[in-house]
Write a protein that binds this ligand. Structure first.
Ligand code: SAH
Length: 222
């Protein structure tokens, strides 16, 4: 992976990336900070070479193990939703996958803690973090449904796989004032929610948009 071209050429060039930014703007992404990070993040290194020419299309793409790298619009929107209420020092991400969302979060927050249940995906993502010198991202192979108690509380938690109901553990690992951005629902359809912890046992939930994520699955794969 050390010989990858971070700048990109042809279909992964700066100009192609600029078209993606334009599209995200048209779709309502307004945060310049988020758009800047997406422009600067080489999405083509997060997917197989055979698909790299499609890296700057606004679409999810397969990354193996029946998983996908999230669509840029969704990554941008979830990041915006997490940061809208002000800066986050500590963020927990569940479902590292390719590491693309992790790489978008890292420059915008103090520290990212990211959990992935499939070991080979987690290891590849780790290599990408060091290639991009994102030293404030800490990755771990584990079942994210339990959160990361040793690092709690978090100012933000972002979940990129959908549980049928919001895991209680994640709510309890939010700092007061912290927010959880999470897709929720089963085969009948999922909704993206933002849940703010406003007090010890007080939560304020917003239901935002219909989304389609892979399911949150318990247990780990080596
Ligand atoms: N943000 C990622 C999306 C990956 S898809 C990206 O842009 O690449 C969702 C990921 O969540 C998959 O890699 C899947 O293995 C992982 N996942 C599903 N259930 C999980 C769980 N309980 N704990 C940790 N990761 C989980």
């Amino acid at each position: 992976m050390s010989d990858v071209n971070l700048q990109g050429i042809g279909m992964t060039s700066r100009r192609t990336r600029e078209r993606l930014i334009q599209r995200l703007r048209e779709q309502g992404i307004a945060s310049e900070a988020v758009l800047d990070v997406i422009r600067d993040t080489p999405r083509h290194i997060f997917i197989d070479e055979a698909l790299a020419h499609r890296a700057y299309e606004d679409t999810a793409l397969p990354i193996g193990f029946n998983q996908t790298i999230s669509q840029p619009y969704i990554v941008a929107r979830m990041t915006e939703l997490l940061l809208e209420d002000g800066p986050c020092e500590k963020v927990l991400e569940i479902g590292t996958g390719s590491g693309y969302q992790t790489a978008v979060l890292a420059p915008l927050v103090g520290h990212v803690y990211s959990l992935e249940r499939i070991r080979p995906l987690q290891e590849k993502a780790r290599k990408r973090m060091s290639l991009l010198k994102l030293h404030n991202a800490k990755l771990r192979h584990s079942d994210g449904g339990m959160g990361w108690p040793a690092q709690a509380p978090f100012d933000g938690i972002l979940v990129t796989a959908a549980p049928e109901v919001v895991p209680e553990e994640l709510l309890m690992q939010l700092a007061i004032g912290g927010r959880l951005v999470i897709p929720v629902g089963g085969s009948g359809g999922q909704k993206l929610k933002r849940i703010r912890r406003t007090g010890e046992n007080q939560f304020d939930t917003q239901e935002l948009l219909a989304v389609k994520f892979v399911p949150l699955v318990s247990g780990t794969i080596r």
